[in-house]
Design a binder for this molecule. Structure first.
Ligand code: SF4
Length: 456
């Protein structure tokens, strides 16, 4: 990490609104396929086009459990993850085998550029002799997609780095120094970036929408019952956990901790069911941040804190978390397929810890400390989803990591913010650990619980 440059990612990219169950396997592929379909449309006017979909690496290994095929089919139909009807998207794979215009090829080898590679072809004829177009896409995590250009170079399709000449930073230590020099805190630094691209009212409205979808995903998950999709037949638990909180049997337990876990599980179950959630910063980890923020909001309401103050707190939380996410994205990865679950759940927990410490009134050093504590204690966490479904261990993991985020914020608030290991160093460590991790622990469902569950 050297001289300062801009690395800040737009908050609406980090917290994009999409469908479960996986940002890299559902949201990214749908964005890629929609882009491809639009390109095809711009080249030919005929209605019937024949597609060939080639999935590589992690996408090939978990294509059904992670909903990649549904998402690509939806994208080819021109649908977007933030507006597509979840039930319709879920039905697409069932109907796919009856279609004569789509061929799917799974290739378990890895593309050298990224573990989540998709090659899309479009043809004029059913024999697939007259090619209209082909493109290579890489779903690099959090719904962000790269495309291989004709010159072979990879370029981001939808990554919005925002520049700000006045406050350039590229590490957390530079960000905290900027805050100190300019007498501001991290959310104000983030806001200064966002206002380069959006008006204050756009930013406010966009963050309100993010929060609305987060709230809906918790409340929807707390009401839903039944069994999640897939042959694991995992029962939904959020509602029963939440309902039990009023029972005598639960007396003596820490109800607030129980509720926090129920909120995280509620979102994760909605995600596993392919429903609408906020990618925060991935879908597998989508329960952590909403749960921590929802628990804080409910507590403020119980204390009769004015609504305007609560809304401003939600914005401060989201912006602070986004600074942490931008740095992780730059120096490590958010994708389980690249660095294991530490990149998904570890990042979410770190972001939530930072946001909550801001709400606790922490200094920038305490915020950095909280983010570091939460991330440090997820280092080495592997990704081994049983059956390729974002259910086991993912759903419970969101609950546990939400609690870790709160614990990290509380621990950071007990100190003055001085500590030995920095967030910057922890992020670099996460990246190195991810590189050293065997590929079977990186969203391939070939190792760990995914293997032993099936073997037993
Ligand atoms: S184990 Fe973690 S990284 Fe892997 S799918 Fe589940 S939440 Fe995502």
């Amino acid at each position: 990490m050297g001289q300062a440059e801009n690395i800040y990612n737009c908050v609406f990219e980090t917290f994009s609104i999409g469908l479960g169950p996986s940002s890299s396997h559902t949201v990214g592929p749908m964005v890629a396929a929609k882009h491809f379909a639009d390109l095809v449309k711009s080249k030919v006017s005929q209605k019937k086009v024949y597609y060939k979909i080639m999935l590589y690496g992690s996408l090939a290994a978990t294509s059904v459990g992670h909903g990649s095929i549904n998402s690509i089919l939806a994208g080819l139909e021109g649908l977007n993850p933030d507006t597509a009807d979840p039930e319709y998207v879920k039905s697409l794979y069932d109907n796919y085998s009856t279609k004569d215009d789509i061929v799917l090829v799974k290739n378990n080898t890895l593309d050298s550029n990224h573990p989540n590679a998709i090659r899309l072809y479009a043809f004029l004829d059913s024999d697939k002799q007259q090619e209209i177009l082909s493109r290579d896409y890489f779903s690099v995590g959090g719904g962000t997609v790269m495309i291989r250009q004709n010159n072979g170079k990879l370029e981001y399709m939808n990554k919005a780095i925002i520049t700000n000449q006045k406050y350039p930073f590229k590490t957390m230590s530079e960000a905290t120094k900027l805050c100190y020099d300019h007498d501001m805190t991290l959310y104000q630094l983030a806001k200064a970036y966002e206002l380069q691209n959006h008006s204050a009212s756009q930013l406010e409205a966009g963050m309100a929408k993010i929060w609305q979808v987060m709230e809906q995903s918790i409340e929807g998950g707390l009401q839903a019952e039944g069994v999640l999709p897939g042959w694991l037949k995992v029962p939904r638990r959020a509602k029963s956990i939440f309902d039990k909180l009023t029972n005598d049997a639960q007396k003596g337990l820490n109800i607030e901790n129980q509720k926090l876990m129920a909120y995280a599980i509620a979102v994760s179950e909605q995600n596993a069911d392919g429903q609408r959630v906020v990618t925060a910063p991935t879908n597998g980890a989508a329960g952590v941040i909403p749960a921590v923020l929802y628990a804080w909001v409910r507590q403020q309401e119980a204390n009769d804190i004015p609504q305007a103050k609560i809304e401003s707190g939600i914005g401060r939380f989201i912006l602070t978390a986004n600074i942490v996410c931008s740095i992780i994205r730059k120096y490590a990865s958010l994708a389980g397929a690249e660095v294991g679950c530490q990149g998904e759940i570890g990042s979410a927990s770190s972001m939530a810890a930072a946001g909550l410490t801001e709400l606790y009134g922490g200094t920038v050093w305490q915020i950095e400390n909280a983010a570091e504590i939460a991330l440090e204690h997820h280092l080495g966490l592997t990704c081994d989803p049983v059956g390729g479904f974002v259910q086991i261990p993912c759903i419970e993991r969101n609950a546990i990591s939400a609690r870790t985020a709160v614990a990290a914020a509380q621990l950071a608030m007990c100190s003055q913010g001085s500590h030995i290991v920095s967030l910057d160093k922890t992020i670099l460590t996460m990246n190195e650990t991810g590189k050293d991790m065997n590929v079977k622990y990186k969203e391939t469902a070939m190792g760990g619980l995914a293997k032993n569950f099936v073997d037993c």
